[in-house]
Design a protein around this ligand. Structure first.
Ligand SMILES: [Zn+2]
Length: 90
């Protein structure tokens, strides 16, 4: 996540390794400078991971042990995620 870069002018997003702009630090679409948003800074990402391990993982373990945990693939299209959740909820 800390490799993400955003254009504050047009909202385009990039990743320094996976989706780099043609010219480093410059938006392909509008030519503005790319920035590292506060919520993508390494210390912010680390904090989010700490909170995940402290607060979310125990819930996953709790429901998983009781065989009532349902999972959806959150990497697919948003409407497919929504459909999957609705199917689980009935
Ligand atoms: Zn732009």
């Amino acid at each position: 996540m800390s490799g993400r870069r955003a254009c504050v002018n047009c909202g385009a997003t990039y990743h320094i390794e996976h989706v780099p702009p043609k010219k480093e630090g410059v938006c392909d679409t509008c030519g503005e400078a790319l920035v590292l948003r506060d919520d993508d800074k390494p210390e912010t990402v680390q904090h989010r991971l700490d909170v995940y391990h402290e607060q979310t993982q125990p819930l996953i373990d709790f429901y998983s042990e009781r065989n009532v945990l349902k999972s959806v693939d959150g990497t697919v299209d948003m409407k497919d995620v929504f459909t999957a959740i609705c199917n689980i909820l009935g």
